[in-house]
Structures are given as C-alpha cells and as structure tokens.
Design a binder for this molecule. Structure first.
Ligand SMILES: Cc1cc2nc3c(=O)[nH]c(=O)nc-3n(C[C@H](O)[C@H](O)[C@H](O)COP(=O)(O)OP(=O)(O)OC[C@H]3O[C@@H](n4cnc5c(N)ncnc54)[C@H](O)[C@@H]3O)c2cc1C
Length: 118
C-alpha cells in the first residue's frame, strides 16, 4: 500500500477498517501500536507505522454544530468535502478550505474542533 504520491510504501503489518467503537477498542488494546491512515495525502512517513494502521472512514457519526460558539464537532474519519457540504446545508462554512477536499480527512487537516463561519 502506497501514499497518494506513490513515493512511500507503508510498512504496517496490518491494515484494519474500523466501523464501530468496540472494534476500535479491541484493535487498540490488542496492538503494539496504532496509527490512523486517512487518505495518505501526506508526502512523508508521518502516517506510517510498523504495527497497525487503521482507517476510520466507516466510523460514521453526525456533525454536531455549536452555533453559539461557531464551532463544530466533526467525526474523525469524515472527508473534508462531506463536512463542508453538511455545514453549507445548515448555512455555515469553513473559514478556509484545502485544495483536496474530496479526499482529505477532516481530522488531519483541521483537528476535531473546527472553527467555521456563517
Ligand atoms: C495534491 C495535494 C494538495 C494538497 N493541498 C493542500 C492544501 O491546499 N492545504 C493543506 O493544508 N494541505 C494540503 N495538502 C497536504 C495534505 O492536506 C496533508 O498532507 C494532510 O495531512 C493529508 O491528509 P490525509 O487526510 O490524507 O491524512 P494522512 O496523510 O493519511 O495522515 C496525516 C496524519 O494525520 C494522522 N491522522 C489522519 N487521520 C486521523 C484520525 N482520524 N485520527 C488521528 N490521526 C489521524 C495520520 O496518522 C498522520 O499522522 C495537499 C496534499 C496533496 C497531495
């Protein structure tokens, strides 16, 4: 398995797609080390591990909007563009956008608590 640019081959001994919290807990407690892989757009080895790589893209949750503080709690595996579309449907928007919204994962680009504007 390679990153988006193809310049890096991941060295993890296993890759697991997480679709529920109990599976996540089980994988974390049974592994020597766990790293989350999003879309692998990073050009360096920051997302690599020799142990277990997981994907959270199937771990779905709803976005929670805190209108008073102009903040949103966004699920860890959600793509940037999906979050942007959801916010737009509610009359909000990110204050800026990366160029690869369809692929990129919100966590790695924004972190969980994202500021956004109306
Ligand atoms: C063509 C191209 C254009 C780009 N344009 C921009 C741009 O306009 N603006 C910009 O800011 N960046 C840009 N980037 C850089 C890119 O946004 C970053 O490299 C970003 O970190 C990649 O996100 P990813 O979702 O692919 O994460 P990955 O590369 O898969 O992971 C990045 C890091 O985040 C961690 N991580 C990912 N998801 C989670 C999670 N759910 N929980 C915990 N840790 C997690 C990984 O373990 C790793 O350490 C671009 C990259 C490319 C290839």
């Amino acid at each position: 398995m390679k990153n988006w640019a193809g310049n890096l081959t991941f060295s993890a001994k296993e890759f697991i797609e997480i679709d529920n919290i109990s599976k996540l807990q089980q994988v974390v407690s049974n592994s020597q080390g766990v790293k989350v892989l999003a879309t692998g757009h990073s050009f360096n080895a920051i997302g690599d591990t020799k142990d277990t790589l997981i994907s959270l893209k199937n771990l779905s949750n709803a976005i929670e909007i805190d209108s008073q503080n102009a903040q949103a709690l966004i699920p860890a595996g959600m793509a940037y563009a999906d979050a942007a579309r959801y916010l737009e449907s509610k009359g909000w928007a990110f204050s800026n956008m990366a160029s690869l919204g369809e692929g990129n994962n919100c966590w790695s680009d924004l972190n969980w608590n994202s500021w956004f504007w109306k």
